[in-house]
Each structure stands twice: as C-alpha cells, then as structure tokens.
Design a protein around this ligand. Structure first.
Ligand code: NAP
Length: 310
C-alpha cells in the first residue's frame, strides 16, 4: 500500500472520484491523505498544484515524485526544498482544450468574423477570406501543446513553422531555433502563437525588438504565459498596426487588474486563463500512470528539467 498526499485542497472535489477510480483500474492500492502525516517520510508521492499551501518539501524524505496538476511549473521549479523528481501535467483534455482555443481564435481572425458578427450598419461587405493554404503560422513552442496545435492547424492547410529551443522537425513540421530562427519565422507569419513555458530565457521574448521582426499586421495569440510578452512593447506594436490584434489568455498578474490598459485596447481580446484546463478524469489517469511507472522502476513521464526550468 502506497501513501499519496493530495496537496491541493481546492482541487480535491474534482479528483475525489476520478483518482481512486484510476488507481483501482491500474491495480494500485493507495492511501490518499490530505495533510502530511506525523511521519512525512511515509509519503510516497505528492500530487501538487503550484498554488498549494505546501511549500517546504524537506520533510518528505521518502517521496519518489511530486506530480503537478498543472502544465506550467514556473512557480515551483525554483523551490530549493524540492529535491524529488518533479513531473508536469500532460493529458488529453488539456491538449484538446488548447487545440480548440488556438484553432478557434486563429479562425476568428483568418475568416475576419468580427466584421460580420458586429455589423450595426447592416453593411453588405463581400470580402472573401483567403484560404488557409495562403496563410502562415509561427508556433513558438513545439512541446506537448504547441505541437498538437501546430498539427491541427496544418491539418486545416495552414502553413505552420515551429520555433523551439532545440529546433528540428516535430511530426513533419519544420522547427527553427535561436534568434535568427525566430526572426525568420516571425517575418512571414500571419499568426503568431506563443506556447512556451515561462523561464528566464523566454521572459519578454516578444519585446520591442522581436515584435519588429514580425510581418506587419500579424495576429498574435498568447495562451502560454503573460511574461512571454513585454506589455508596453505589445501596446506600442498594436498602436502602430505592426500587430493587428492580440488575443491574450494569460497575464503577468491574474486576474488582470481592472485598470490594466489591455482591457480598454480596441485590438486586444482577453480571455480569463481558460484556454486549457486540466480535466480530472484524464489527469487522474496521467498521475496514476506515473505512479505505476515509479513503482515499477520505469522512467517517469514529463519530468521537469530543473536547469532548463521546464
Ligand atoms: P512543453 O511540452 O514543456 O513544451 C515547451 C516548448 O517550449 C518546447 O518546444 C521547448 O523547446 C520550448 N522552449 C522552452 N524554452 C525555450 C526557449 N528558451 N527558446 C525556445 N523554445 C523554448 O510545454 P507544454 O505542455 O507544451 O506547455 C507550454 C506552456 O503552455 C506551459 O509551460 C504553460 O505555461 C502554458 N499553458 C497554458 C495553459 C492555459 O490555459 N493558458 C494551459 C496549459 C499550459 P524544446 O522542444 O526544444 O524543448
């Protein structure tokens, strides 16, 4: 019998059925606790959200892994007391949600839907949209989420080029890297999608200099992290038309403060960090698969590299 500490009280109602079910399906006998026992060293795995009250991992000497309920781990990756392996969340529901959000918001701008949805003058404006095959997408970040979005857009005939730390090819999509690669992918993109983690290297990646690399009038979608973009530089790029419109799901401060200039900008659409949510059923299966692997001595999936920060 293993001991699991479920350390995110606010998430427990979603998992109280799904997690025991997934454990039973995998044939894993587990005791699920919510507070560290008197002997914290008994805890085998910690299921964790970066918003959890637990911040000191020192007492959990026997813990084999900390399994995050979130895909983004920037709030915990630098915690010096966390010496156990840390795994981030990758699960189908999260990925599908992100694909739907990205495809939906790309299609809004690709098809020019705004002009038809809000048309108080009843203007008959027959401007047929170009085909996806004539549009270029830059997918910045080609990990679990970026690659899935890139594949979905390529499946609709968009020309997609990726950009990542290591570059290469992902599922038949060419991926550039480095600053020159970034300049190249931005220079031709009609749509720029940022699905990068927040790390010291990616913070303010889109700034005055790099936004100037973009093709004039590009649409920007940021479902990654707010800190990827320099807010002031984005506002300036929107004001000059360098960026036609920004659809933002994530912000440096969340909820976005009511007096933030993004709210009032006519070329910014704000969604309140809803692009992709972890779904308990799939997430419980993903957590249990890593617990099974841990118990079988197999390699854990989606392990965070502390040095890289993601
Ligand atoms: P992932 O699988 O870890 O992929 C990260 C991607 O970013 C990889 O392609 C990686 O390059 C690239 N990258 C990292 N550092 C880089 C750098 N310095 N320069 C260039 N590329 C770099 O992450 P994921 O699961 O796709 O998630 C991506 C992010 O989405 C998360 O970190 C989180 O912030 C965000 N997210 C948002 C929501 C939401 O609801 N808005 C939900 C979930 C996640 P390599 O391939 O070369 O390693």
């Amino acid at each position: 019998m293993i001991t699991l500490l479920f350390a995110s009280p606010k998430d427990w109602p979603d998992y109280q059925t799904a997690l025991p079910q997934a454990l039973a399906q995998a044939g894993i006998a587990a005791r699920i606790i919510h507070d560290a026992p008197s002997d914290a060293a008994q805890v085998d795995y910690i299921i964790y959200a970066p918003s959890s009250p637990l911040q000191d991992f020192t007492p959990f000497a026997g813990c084999k892994a900390v399994l995050s309920l979130w895909a983004g781990v920037e709030r915990i990756v630098g915690n010096a007391t966390l010496t156990q392996p840390l795994c981030r969340m990758v699960e189908d529901g999260l990925t599908e949600g992100m694909v739907e959000w990205v495809v939906g918001h790309v299609m809004r701008h690709h098809l020019g839907l705004d002009a038809h949805i809000v048309n108080p003058g009843r203007d008959w404006r027959p401007v047929p949209p170009p085909l996806a095959r004539d549009r270029q997408v830059a997918m910045l970040g080609m990990g679990a989420l970026g690659a899935a979005c890139a594949r979905a857009l390529a499946g609709l005939n968009f020309n997609v080029t990726g950009w990542s730390r290591t570059g290469g090819q992902v599922g038949g999509i060419a991926v550039q890297s480095g600053k020159d690669g970034l300049r190249d992918v931005l220079a031709t993109a009609d749509f720029i999608v940022t699905l990068l983690p927040k790390t010291p290297e990616t913070e303010n990646l889109l700034n005055g200099e790099t936004l100037a690399f973009a093709k004039r009038g590009a649409f920007l979608l940021n479902p990654g992290r707010g800190a990827l973009i320099d807010d002031t530089a984005l506002l300036a790029a929107l004001d000059t038309g360098q960026i036609a419109h920004a659809t933002l799901d994530v912000f440096r401060t969340e909820p976005l403060p009511k007096d933030h200039p993004f709210w009032a900008h006519p070329h910014i659409t704000i969604t309140p960090h809803i692009a992709a949510d972890t779904r308990a059923t799939g997430a419980a299966r993903a957590l249990v698969e890593n617990i099974r692997r841990g118990e079988a001595g197999e390699m854990l999936l989606h392990r965070v590299d502390r040095a890289r920060g993601y």
